[in-house]
Design a protein around this ligand. Structure first.
Ligand code: ADP
Ligand code: ZN
Length: 436
């Protein structure tokens, strides 16, 4: 059967002017609706704003930002814009950076969310004849239920394998003829390692052709590795609980930037210090406004994720803006010896060495009142234990990292399998520095 190229052609193929007209209409409706929320009602009154203050997309800037702290202050239900009896589910963010926050959903919200994510998966070529396996935890983490409902809506046979138990995961992949897997990138590499242990050749013994990787920062180099290892195309998926979960922004087949669905969100990129907008192409903090949410719309939510808008049109024909891959969160930034460093910069260098495995850990420590960085990285098991070769390699890695981050780290090459392997999002940085 021939399937059409777009999942939601009426929204995916809108011209910019039509898209912006739709955004303005939905923004105005959202702002009116937000007055049902005690939080926004007060916010608007304090700032002498009414829904009528918003007459253009530019007027959005008059609305103050919403922060994660606001969500914590109103925990659990103070942000709701509908009575609780209209809500059918809540999710809570995984709390990587502090207390959890609660996100409420009506049935309409869940339907719209499933639609957005089904649209993403269709965009990368998944069709009802595919077999989709989800290796995310099912529960509060939105990558579980989020992908489940979206894959069912698309019409695929779904395998809700959930997190962990990699051997069982592989049995499902081979027995059920799984063609597409959703996994966080660090787990995708784990899947391959276990395949090697079991003598499974992904190209020969499985039908895998697509991986959806997301939920944590990863470099282009890591993506290429995953593609090479598993013989698949791997697409970057971005989402966050506050914006429903996965399905916010997703790569198309061009693999050059993630389309953010502008019929659901208005995206702004601001300078995290001045909070002023930065021009397209410049990196800043992403600020999102939901314009298609019912239970708990968020206006100008500061995501703390750093990225930029890629200028210019995408050859795929969709005019929804493209985000560059995330650089990390502002809270992931390491400040060492006065220099700002993102873990992803280090990963980028490490992944270029074929002698290195996929797991690494950055430790920051104070010794003799100096702050130092140690990078432990696992060797590829096929690599040598010839001491002098290892020394030359260590030197070369150190030099290249210094070039990238301007600080000289201690690089330690360790055998495969000795660094901790997390089942959830990978922990890449351990900060043991004394705080003065
Ligand atoms: P928590 O905030 O507790 O980690 P979430 O599951 O909501 O809980 O995580 C959302 C965050 O995960 C995003 O704000 C972003 O920092 C990160 N993230 C999600 N997808 C990606 C991606 N594709 N690339 C980089 N980071 C991502
Ligand atoms: Zn595209």
């Amino acid at each position: 059967m021939e399937y059409p190229p777009f999942y939601n052609p009426e929204y995916e193929t809108l011209e910019r002017s039509e898209l912006e007209a739709l955004q303005l209409k939905r923004l105005k409706e959202t702002v009116v609706h937000c007055m049902q929320s005690p939080f926004y009602k007060k916010r608007f009154a304090e700032n002498k704003l009414t829904p009528d203050s918003i007459q253009s997309l530019d007027d959005l800037k008059r609305i103050p930002f919403t922060t994660k702290q606001d969500l914590r202050d109103t925990y659990p239900f103070g942000m709701a814009s509908v009575p609780l009896e209209k809500c059918v589910r809540l999710h809570s963010s995984s709390g990587t950076t502090g207390n959890p926050t609660v996100i409420l959903h009506t049935q309409r919200d869940l339907d719209q969310w499933a639609n957005a994510l089904a649209r993403c998966m269709w965009m990368v070529g998944l069709r009802p004849y595919d077999v989709f396996q989800n290796s995310s935890g099912y529960g509060m983490f939105t990558g579980g239920l989020g992908f489940q409902y979206a894959a069912e809506r698309l019409g695929m046979l779904t395998v809700p394998a959930a997190a962990g138990n990699t051997k069982r995961q592989l049995k499902f992949i081979t027995d059920f003829g799984t063609t597409a897997v959703h996994a966080i990138p660090s787990y995708a590499t784990r899947i391959f390692e276990v395949m090697q242990e079991l003598g499974i050749d992904p190209r020969r013994d499985t039908r895998l052709h697509t991986l959806i990787i997301g939920a944590e920062p990863h470099s282009e180099e890591q993506r290429r590795r995953i593609e090479e290892m598993l013989g698949v195309k791997a697409y970057n998926s971005f989402g966050m609980s506050e914006m429903c979960g996965p399905g916010v922004a997703f790569e198309c087949k061009e693999q050059n930037g993630l389309h953010i669905w502008e019929d659901y969100y208005i995206v702004e990129i601001v300078d995290p210090d001045t909070l002023e907008p930065v021009p397209d192409g410049e990196v800043g903090e992403m600020v999102l406004t939901t314009i298609n949410r019912e239970a708990m719309p968020l206006l100008r939510y500061r995501t703390r994720d750093l990225t930029r808008i890629l200028p210019g049109p995408c050859p795929c024909g969709r005019q929804h803006k493209r985000l560059d891959r995330m650089k990390g969160r502002s809270d992931d930034m390491i400040i060492l010896k006065g220099v700002n460093i993102f873990p992803i910069q280090i990963e980028q260098v490490l992944m270029q060495f074929k002698e290195l495995g996929n797991n690494y850990l950055i430790t920051l420590e104070t010794s003799d009142s100096n702050d130092d960085m140690t990078i432990e990285v696992e060797l590829n098991q096929l690599f040598t234990d010839d001491y002098s070769r290892l020394q030359i390699l260590t030197k070369e890695i150190t030099r290249q990292i210094k070039d990238e981050i301007l600080v000289t780290p201690h690089v330690k090459l360790v055998p495969k399998g000795v660094l901790p392997q997390s089942e959830g999002k990978a922990v890449r940085v351990k900060d043991l520095r004394k705080k003065f």
